[in-house]
Design a protein around this ligand. Sequence first.
Ligand code: PHE
Length: 336
Amino acid sequence: MIDRLQTIFKNAEVSIADAADFKSIDDIRVKYLGKSGELTEILKGLNQVSADLRPQVGKVSNEIKNKIAELLDQKKEDLDSKVNQSAIPGWDPTLPGRKSVIGKMHPLMTVQKEIADIFKNLGFDVAEGPDLETDYYNFLALNFPPDHPARDAQDTFYVKNRVLRTHTSPIQVREMEKRKPPFKFIAPGRVYRNEAIDATHHHIFHQVEGFLVDEGVQFSHLKGVLDVFIKKFFGAEVKTRFRPSFFPFTEPSAEMDISCVFCKGEGCRICKQSGWVEMMGCGMIDPVVLKNCGIDDEKWTGFAFGMGVERIALFKYGIDDIRLFYQNDIRFLDEF
Ligand code: PHE
């Protein structure tokens, strides 16, 4: 019996070695291991083998069965790799792989994220608000008098009884209504203004708003935070300065300039020879706005700022036309 098993194995071994295609491998598998294969038959007939031989015959048959299965698998693998290497016409495994094209962030979103990350590291939380706003959040709560020119149909897109937000400042109001001070937030978002499109204007653009409310907050805190932000974003050598300005929702208000990143303040075409470029609006949150949001303006003070993402991206990348960001020309986007 054992001899017979040995012979079966030898035969199987030889035919596996000779097999040259997948079909012969399958045939061999059926012949030896199939339902009525030679080995299976022996295992089926084990109960007819005398009791003292049975354990040994069983053991050897199983060993042989496993061995044959192993040889068959091995042979199949060998054939597989041969087919891959030579049988497919034109297949050359030594050629370098083709790089797959993967999408990436739009440069504006990259800049927006970089801005947000700097403020997040300073402990600011992130807030968002709706693009379609009510007059109350976009204007009234922010202390825009009813006849303020920014409400003029020239600047604002009206959609039924709503407005497409003209700035991210309404997010200040929405958050301040919900929270108890102290808090600090940044709020990135898309904003809309009914403006003619040119190299520096677009009717859709992006802003990052920031605001902080706490006890004893002063203008110097605002200057400090923005100076840290600019130095982190543009480099430690870039200087900041603050000029008086006006916004209905901040008092006092300021415009922050930075020393021109192109000429390092020497004076060039971009900064119109002044050495400075305007970066963002800011100021101390007007107590009227705090009151509108249910915050005790005797106890709490705060600052706010709002910057245009496109403008910052132009300076970061040295681009002179905002329209490039919206044309989705893959050659432009691939530069980033
Ligand atoms: N919302 C102002 C704008 O769009 C910017 C700003 C934000 C100014 C916060 C002061 C404080 O121009």
